[in-house]
Design a protein around this ligand. Sequence first.
Ligand code: ADP
Ligand code: MG
Length: 224
Amino acid sequence: MLIQAKGLSKIYGNGENQVVALDKANLTIAPGDFISIIGPSGSGKSTLLHLLSGLDHPTSGSLTYDGQEIYTLSDKELSAFRRRQMGFIFQQFNLLPVLTARENILMPLLLDKKQPDEGYLNQLAELLGLRDRLNHLPHELSGGQQQRVAIARALIAQPEVIFADEPTGNLDSKSGGEVMELLKGIRERMGKTLVIITHDNRIAAAADRQLTIMDGVLSEVAAG
Ligand code: ADP
Ligand code: MG
């Protein structure tokens, strides 16, 4: 999946209250890329991620996935596309509190009316160290375990692209380090594209391509 963003802008409000959250961002993401985007709070990181994943519409600009302009899809087509092709990991985990770990992980398939693949679920649980935690509710799990459940949920529909918005932001440095190691391993082993937003320099440095964002202006840090 080749993702191309051209001149993506997002402007909130108008007149004196206008905020240019994202200013004409250009970005090409090749299959298997591992990209980090670093920037201070309020610089436009989440806005960029929401636009790249089609969760939000830009004020101007275009976004294609394998040449297909995705903002022209209907809401229904776009949500189906997102469910099948993209996995999401959030700072706050965003697990449903009344569902077990297993049910949370399977949620994207249920929404897509797909049969769960028990073999793949077990493989993910093994990989993420969750095998004996699948029947627990989120509040019975540590932060690191909850984020690992969220990673399994992001992978269950076998998407090509994983978007993570400050995935270690709510974790202590040990659990955060473990989550990052797992994400890197999964990306290498499963050949996923990984786009991580962070304000942690060490996480950013682990990526193959590093981008920075400042006041809505996205730039790539030269390699080497
Ligand atoms: P980050 O994720 O880097 O902290 P955001 O993308 O959330 O930054 O926000 C970028 C800028 O856009 C900030 O100035 C923020 O206040 C503003 N912003 C974000 N969402 C909205 C919104 N829905 N309405 C108005 N302003 C917004
Ligand atoms: Mg944010």
